[in-house]
Design a protein around this ligand. Sequence first.
Ligand code: PEP
Ligand code: MN
Length: 376
Amino acid sequence: MTDVETEIEVQVQKGESNMIIVMERSATQADVAAVVSRVEGLGRQVHISEGEERTIIGVVGDGRPIDREAFELMSGVEKTVPILRPFKVASRDFHPKDTVVEVNGLPIGGAGVVIMAGPCAVESREQVMEIAWAVKEVGAVVLRGGAFKPRTSPYSFQGLGEEGLRYLAEAREATGLLVVTEVMAPEQVKLVSTYADILQIGARNMQNYALLHAVGEAHKPVMLKRGMMSTVEEWLMSAEYILSHGNRRVLLCERGIRTFENYTRNTFDLNAVALLKTLTHLPVIADPSHATGLWELVGPMARAAVAAGADGLIVEVHPNPEEAMSDGRQSLKPKRFQELVEQVKQVAAAIGRPVLTEIPAAARAGSDGRALRGAR
Ligand code: PEP
Ligand code: MN
């Protein structure tokens, strides 16, 4: 065989080694258990998705082909379907229902649209506090802000590090907002996890596999930004790394890709927002700030993203964008952010979705036991 033929052969075998087993509506728990134990007996991983009507059992292979017919003969099995796409756990075939990622009581990916907002970088305690209150008052539920900043130039502001994380945590305690912040290296995961509610993987690190591995083992939701030169499939394979290491709380964030167009910082790939809703069950967040680079375009693209099905937005807001230490050109003043939220609410309402402007009351004591406060 030529190299090309060998490659094709390997790919076909790989495809055949992954499948979903669709159980009949009438299948019993014992039927499901028998299938699961057979799959596990073959040394393969199982992912069970219980739908309203039927159970779907995903089988993640290891390259060796599987005898699908043998499974089709088992009691309660309706059919088996081979999965040829390279992402599995992230795939909607494996898990037809939308995944709702729960972040200390805040559901992301359900009916409600969530808004995350804050400065590009944490610059000072005062700046974070001012912005936290400002964005909370108009409907944000998550505070963003980078303490570790991935900058193109080593001479640019690199972030306040742990001091910045402390200010974010202080703002959370004061306002009740949740916190999303970037983690840039595996050895930072533990530290950032002690302060953040959501770990952000930045565009420049989307294919940093050691980092994906580390956040895959963390007990925190992860927001995975799309690499600026990555295809949707590469992005989903990066999500697959996190999922396959055991962390199922993954959010995908479209933040624009590089194209030949340079009037805007990036090109907002709105196709990807709609496409992801078909390919994966994971929640999709849109970042119109980095996607455009221009504050004037942030509101219109935020509205477009929600109309296209985004489950949430992440928006840069700064008290004084002209003096921002990073990304001032794309940052909104609080007043303009308020207008954005009002308009996004109308677009969301037009497609039958509310904007979640607070964490549901029943869940205010966080899942890790920390009570979230909201009183000034
Ligand atoms: C950011 O969120 O400030 C950031 C650095 O974004 P990205 O990784 O998408 O460039
Ligand atoms: Mn930024």
